[in-house]
Design a binder for this molecule. Structure first.
Ligand code: ATP
Ligand code: MG
Length: 686
């Protein structure tokens, strides 16, 4: 047949048949988003009115001017910001060396600094009573504040303890802690002595923890007796004990008493945090490290396969965190910043810990879930602490929108910025965030970035950049995006184009390697299109130069030569009143190369009959076009999601292809039992 079977993924090479079933040429770049009229939202006047002073940049023109400088004179631009936003114990001479093709990028080469000094000491010296951490415990009544002065003391004491345990500069420490202030203390204590932190999300199984401890070469593990989340207890120490049965290189475990549970302690290996810190004085001098010394390892979410141990270095990473904190979130002195991400993910690293603390403001550390004790929890926290910036993933917003507007509080008057991260945000959810949560008084920033990029790379700047729901808008300073044709590997110039997203220049906070697997780093990011950093995501650039992230290149469906983004079709589906969440994948199809199949979960578990199912399909036909209509719709109780809340479409693809025995690594799924349920539903439907 002339309709060759389209490969399951169009990366690294696709056969774009350029033919439709009708035999007409498919449009070169179906920019589906342009099919609907797209509204542009300017920074709300009410946001500017309630601003404590004014945004750091006065206009879009000022952004454009600085952006131009960051691309044409990156050394001048980043050299200036590095000296302005960070404190160096030894100044650097060379702003940057290396190249994307060589995979040897290094920033601020001769410079020396200490991350914890930059996050704590310099603010504590100025005002020790300023609140650094607003701790919101799982139970709303159990929280407390930690000042910068107290943080300096806590970090110093723990630095002593780690040193006593034999941890030295360059050693790796695994952190398996829930979202409590001690998690931040642990990260900063590692960095104070030049050790490398490797945080493992405290919801992972013993096997996942074991793999990450071994891969990172951790010598010490820091944990709690138990964790507490959404009213449920998690046996963190028990999981650590299980994992360490197969980690002979771990000499010590430090246990913070969170619940007081009765847990076994292994003589000579396990120590109580509260007993150890008491032994040491309140100041430990920060150890200066080279700008390029590693700050941390962090494993990616594993949405696309085996997690990668991404390595970030000190100077460049900190600069990315500070710069984006300042310009993307428009952080000002006195702000109270609340990022709902867990410290087990990159969002928690950069935007719960490093960005707000580098800028010396208060950061909310939230231990619980948005649904406990009820669906108002986030809004209560925002109101109680007069939060100014709030940052969360679309998955949480979908949950809260589904729960109903009655839970959203009417006040929250201090909110200026509402951020979204982790997945494309559907226009429907974006508008709800803007109108219902923000009362049209806060600027929405849809921030696109990755574990590997270290900090936001395509994003609006709060108070400055006009936004369009569903678009991450414009590149951040130093980021030079390219839309690349996945078939030829050529850059596609101009506007109104679609392809895969790559970056043409190195930037300070880019990952330097995958731990112990530099070849994997090169092959995944830098050898795909020589001279570019390859993101793995598809994207479009519209007529105004705004970027639309389409999702992973694997998540693009190729129907009769039309490259459709799964995100786009999903966004159309959740516009339907009955649909809570949707995931779309492509399956091989005789006639069209690939066909669209959709998985949906239903609001309030309503019954779905044939008429409603047809209505779902109609929704997509109306909103995007007949060619995008799903060929099958499966109604499922829940979608397979990573523990960071992202939909794992590769599992759905495998199930549809009848390859259930090849699901790959599913250890990062939040609820592995949904897989079995989905398999049954697909089999019944066939
Ligand atoms: P793995 O690399 O192991 O498959 P992952 O890519 O899910 O896991 P992260 O680094 O946490 O791990 O996520 C980065 C990815 O999240 C991006 O490549 C992109 O696909 C998606 N993403 C992040 N922010 C946005 C956004 N604002 N809009 C659209 N997609 C986003
Ligand atoms: Mg990734």
């Amino acid at each position: 047949s002339r309709f060759a079977k389209a490969p399951k993924s169009f990366y690294p090479a696709i056969t774009n048949t350029n033919t439709t079933i009708m035999g007409e040429q498919s449009p070169k770049a179906p920019v589906v988003a342009e099919a609907h009229a797209v509204d542009t939202f300017h920074p709300p006047q009410k946001m500017l009115d309630k601003h404590p002073s004014k945004p750091h940049l006065s206009s879009l023109e000022e952004y454009q001017k600085l952006y131009k400088e960051s691309i044409t004179e990156p050394k001048k631009f980043w050299g200036r910001l590095a000296r302005e936003l960070l404190t160096w114990s030894k100044d650097f001479q060379t702003v940057h060396s290396g190249s994307l093709a060589g995979g040897d990028n290094a920033w601020f080469l001769e410079g020396e600094l200490n991350a914890s000094y930059n996050c704590v000491d310099r603010h504590a010296f100025k005002d020790p009573n300023k609140v650094a951490i607003i701790y919101e415990a799982d139970e709303p009544s159990d929280g407390r504040n930690v000042t910068y002065g107290e943080l300096l003391r806590d970090v110093s004491k723990l630095a002593h303890v780690l040193t006593q345990m034999g941890v030295r500069k360059g050693d790796t420490v695994a952190i398996y802690l829930p979202m409590i202030p001690e998690a931040i203390v642990a990260l900063l204590a590692c960095s104070r002595i030049g050790a490398v932190h490797s945080v493992v999300f405290a919801g992972f199984s013993a096997d996942s923890l074991r793999d990450r401890v071994i891969d990172g070469g951790s010598k010490v593990v820091i944990t709690t007796d138990e964790g507490k989340r959404g009213g449920k207890l998690i046996g963190t120490k028990k999981i650590v004990d299980e994992a360490l049965k197969q980690c002979p290189d771990v000499g010590h475990v430090l246990v913070y008493k969170r619940t007081g549970a009765d847990i076994p302690m292994t003589e000579g290996r396990d120590f109580w945090w509260h007993e150890e810190v008491e032994k040491w004085p309140s100041y430990y001098p920060p150890v200066a490290v080279n700008s390029e010394d590693p700050l941390f390892l962090l494993y990616t979410s594993g949405s696309t396969g085996k997690p990668k141990g991404v390595m970030h270095t000190t100077g460049g990473y900190l600069l990315g965190a500070a710069t984006t904190g300042k310009y993307v979130f428009d952080i000002h002195d006195g702000d109270r910043y609340f990022c709902g991400g867990d410290v087990g993910w990159i969002t928690g690293h950069t935007y719960v810990v490093y960005a707000p603390l580098l800028l010396g403001v208060s950061t909310v550390v939230f231990e619980g879930t948005p649904a406990y004790p009820n669906f108002s929890r986030y809004w209560d926290i925002i109101e109680q602490h007069k939060v100014t910036q709030f940052y969360v993933a679309p998955t949480a917003l979908r949950l809260l929108k589904r729960a109903g507007n009655q839970h959203v509080r009417n006040e929250m008057k201090h909110l200026r910025v509402l951020g979204s991260v982790g997945e494309p945000i559907a226009a429907e959810i974006w508008k709800w965030y803007f109108e219902v949560v923000g009362k049209e008084e806060a600027h929405i920033v849809d921030t696109y970035w990755q574990t590997e990029t270290g900090s936001n790379v395509i994003t609006p700047l709060a108070g400055v950049t006009p936004t369009k729901p569903g678009s991450a808008s414009l590149p951040f300073f130093g980021i030079e995006p390219a839309i690349v044709d996945p078939v030829s590997g050529e850059e596609i110039h101009g506007n109104d184009v679609e392809g895969v997203l790559a970056f043409k220049q190195p930037w300070p906070s880019m990952a330097r390697t995958v731990w112990g697997a530099h070849k994997r780093y090169m092959d995944t990011y830098l050898n795909v299109y020589k001279g570019y950093y390859f993101t793995g995501d598809g994207a479009g650039r519209d007529h105004e130069g705004f970027y639309w992230i389409r999702g992973r290149v694997d998540d693009v469906v190729n129907v009769s030569g039309h490259r459709l983004s799964t995100a786009e079709i999903e966004a159309a589906l959740i516009e339907h009143a009955s649909i809570a969440e949707a995931a779309v994948v492509g399956v091989a199809d005789e006639l069209t190369g690939q066909a669209v199949n959709a998985f949906v979960s239903i609001k309030n578990g309503a019954e779905v009959d044939d008429a409603l199912r047809k209505d779902f399909i109609l929704q997509v036909r109306r909103s995007i076009g007949p060619f995008a209509a799903p060929k099958a719709v499966f109604v499922v109780p829940d979608l397979p999601k990573t523990r960071s809340g992202k939909i794992m479409r590769r599992i759905l693809r495998k199930i549809l292809a009848g390859e259930e025995d090849q699901l790959g690594d599913i250890s990062t799924l939040s609820d592995p039992s949904v897989v079995e349920k989905i398999i049954n539903i697909v089999h019944e439907g066939k």
